[in-house]
Write a protein that binds this ligand. Structure first.
Ligand SMILES: [Zn+2]
Length: 79
């Protein structure tokens, strides 16, 4: 777990170092790294957040959850 957190931290930092925006999920706080949505260590997110390099988006998991909820909502409204 700790190794993985350090790995994510360094990958986040590499994106920041390259001058790129980090895409984060506005819902669950995951960050997109190389096409994967990963849960970042809180400290990494805080450190990056101060630099204003976050681009807020919705991750695949939350998007799927939302569309499922929408579908359920429509179904509920109709019935
Ligand atoms: Zn999410």
């Amino acid at each position: 777990m700790t190794l993985e957190a350090n790995d994510i931290f360094s990958r986040i930092w590499a994106v920041y170092d390259a001058g790129n925006l980090l895409t984060t999920c506005a819902w669950c706080g995951r960050v997109q790294l190389d096409g994967e949505w990963l849960v970042p260590p809180r400290a990494a997110l805080d450190a990056i957040d101060e630099q204003n390099v976050l681009s807020h988006s919705i991750c695949d998991g939350c998007a799927a959850h939302q569309s499922t909820a929408d579908a359920a909502g429509v179904a509920t409204t109709k019935s």
